[in-house]
Design a protein around this ligand. Structure first.
Ligand code: ACM
Length: 588
């Protein structure tokens, strides 16, 4: 069991405190096998900066202060870390495990290890310990929406640093939406010259909407995106880009009106919620988006590419006779099936290039290739159905792990939207809770087996007749109401530390009031010193600082108990349509 004296977050599987400390003299020598060089270098660079030490990394044999060795007996992503007064040794079966060991060693060195320069009278001193550790889930994701509010490159990399320090290993990069398109596409330059800019923005989510009168926008260059990918990789984090289709496309349609199903001129959307338009799912537009995905695959090397699929109104298709005829010519029994058909074309294209699509749960259909994984956001039920139909799934339910939702029901919470989700609520997150397994007993084995892969993409696709694997879980940071990196820090932390614990540490009951919950909150109180050293402007445990409040912004909130009573883990969120051409969303 964990020894609380280390205050590690997430808690390691087994940790023993031993007498003494390791306090190396300069130069600190690091010997590593070739395979673990990136993790050894990362640790060396962070340590050199934080403690102003000479740190030399070599792959040659011989004695060293710190050693990184392969040991195939470890679990995927797992490691052993031994600190004695004379040396530190790390062993792992894969590079992911070596990265996790390096981050644990960094946490053991105290808050100073998270600074970029040495403070006076600090020195590298690590308590002696023996740690054996491995993750519960292979996919421990964090999503960031850079479409609603643009997030500058250096802030994206900073966000990834903080996630990696908590053993999170997937960065879901939500690059496009109605309110902005952030990735340049050489073949279609207007996606960013036009689609990255809007004239004004909604403030809060009241009805009727209130607006500021400031233009907003931003785009990355391809070199920025390459830099982000390399930055993440050097910390053991996979960047999964998302191009959201066939809904959430007003920015793209504004730039290229031939993509429209409606046919009227539109604008990059200044309101939250969803756009009025949706892609015309013609063969030409499938081709348009395969060209986009080709450029996406050039930059992003992840085995997974997100293609969206959430909140797609079908009324624009039903009202367009050419699209109705297109659905008939494809042999589809309903125009709405164009949603699944369009996603399947893109998922097939990715598969032909050796990549796997990831869709939000509305994108699950009989047409979706087996290789595609499903991110279950409206609840957990959709993810359970995806697993049963043979798709790998990632649980990301808005009821628990949408970190843009309000952190308490206090009126001072800045721009309070969504459900109340405290740190303790996020900590208690169970990606496959007993009531969902009871409703789907065949998922018992999936729930019990920790499905691990050294890297999320390393799991083979399930073959026909097999259930999918629960790859893991993901927390979401949507930015409609988070217009600056400071607001992102506030919403994300320290709740993301609780999420990291929930997806890394062994399964146990962590509901509020349990011993595990109280123990975590104690540990977190010490861990905050590390977040301070990282420079994170997290939400204080007892509520916002005065300058973190945003008085005067009206919002509509949601009641979790009422929605759970009505819809359970099926979820009441997502898009709703009636037959009269109206559509609405509960999501924001
Ligand atoms: C979503 O929240 N629309 C995935």
């Amino acid at each position: 069991m964990t020894d609380g004296s280390f205050t590690l977050v997430p808690a390691p599987m087994h940790a023993t405190a031993n007498d003494g400390t390791w306090a190396p003299s300069q130069p600190v020598t690091v010997r590593t096998c070739e395979a673990f060089l990136p993790a050894a270098r990362r640790w060396a660079r962070d340590t050199l900066a934080a403690f102003d030490l000479d740190v030399a990394v070599t792959t040659s044999s011989g004695d060293a202060d710190v050693t990184f060795d392969i040991d195939p007996d470890h679990r995927p992503g797992g490691y052993a870390l031994t600190v004695t007064p004379d040396a530190v040794s790390v062993s792992a079966a894969d590079l992911a495990g070596a990265h996790h060991a390096a981050q644990t060693l960094r946490q053991l060195a105290g808050p100073q290890a998270f600074r970029a320069h040495a403070a006076p009278s600090t020195s590298l001193t690590v308590p002696c310990a023996t740690i054996h550790d491995h993750p519960r889930f292979g996919w421990r994701g964090i999503h960031l929406d850079v479409a609603r509010h643009f997030v500058p490159k250096h802030e994206v990399m900073r966000f990834i640093d903080h996630a990696a320090a908590h053993h999170l290993n997937v960065f879901h990069f939500h690059l496009t939406d109605d309110q902005g398109w952030r990735m340049p596409i050489d073949r279609y330059p207007e996606l960013t010259t036009v689609g990255a800019w809007r004239t004004h923005s909604q403030v809060g989510n009241s009805r009727p909407p209130v607006f500021d009168d400031r233009p907003h926008g931003g785009r990355y260059s391809k070199d920025d995106l390459r830099e982000i990918v390399a930055h993440a990789r050097s910390r053991g984090v996979m960047v999964m880009p998302e191009i959201d289709v066939p809904g959430h496309v007003d920015a793209a349609v504004t730039a290229y009106p031939q993509l429209s199903s409606v046919g009227d001129p539109t604008t990059v959307l200044p309101t939250w919620g969803f756009g009025r338009d949706v892609l015309n799912p013609s063969h030409e537009n499938v081709e348009f988006f395969t060209h986009i995905l080709d450029e996406v695959m050039e930059i992003f090397d992840a085995p997974f590419i997100g293609i969206g699929g959430d909140e797609v109104p079908t009324n624009p298709w039903r009202q367009n006779p050419q699209i109705v005829a297109h659905a008939q010519s494809l042999g589809l029994s309903d125009v709405g099936e164009l949603h699944g058909w369009f996603l399947a074309q893109l998922a097939d294209h990715l598969q032909e290039h050796g990549r796997r699509a990831v869709v939000w749960d509305e994108g699950l259909s009989a047409l979706l290739p087996r290789s595609a994984a499903v991110t279950s956001w409206r609840g957990i039920e959709a993810g359970a159905i995806a697993l049963k139909s043979g798709h790998d799934a990632i649980m990301a339910p808005e009821q628990v792990v949408y970190l843009d939702h309000r952190a308490s029901d206090h009126p001072d919470e800045p721009i309070p939207v969504g459900f109340v989700r405290t740190i303790e609520d996020v900590l208690a997150f169970d990606p496959l809770p007993p009531e969902v397994v009871a409703a789907h007993p065949e998922l018992e084995a999936v729930a019990r087996t920790d499905v691990l892969a050294p890297f999320p993409g390393d799991r083979p696709v399930a073959v026909d007749g097999q259930q999918g694997a629960l790859l893991g879980a993901q927390a979401q940071v949507w930015t409609e109401h988070l217009d600056t990196p400071r607001r992102i820090d506030y919403a994300t932390w320290p709740r993301l530390a609780a999420f990291a614990e929930a997806v890394w540490a062994p399964h146990t009951d962590r509901t509020p009031g349990t011993k595990a919950s109280a123990e975590f909150m104690d540990r977190l109180a010490s861990h905050l010193a590390r977040l301070d050293a990282m420079g994170i402007e997290y939400r204080p445990l007892d509520g916002p600082h005065p300058w973190q409040t945003r008085p005067g912004i009206t919002t509509i909130t949601r009641d979790l108990d009422a929605e759970m009573a009505k819809a359970g883990w099926g979820g009441a969120g997502g898009l709703h349509e009636d037959g009269d051409g109206h559509a609405w969303t509960a999501s924001q």
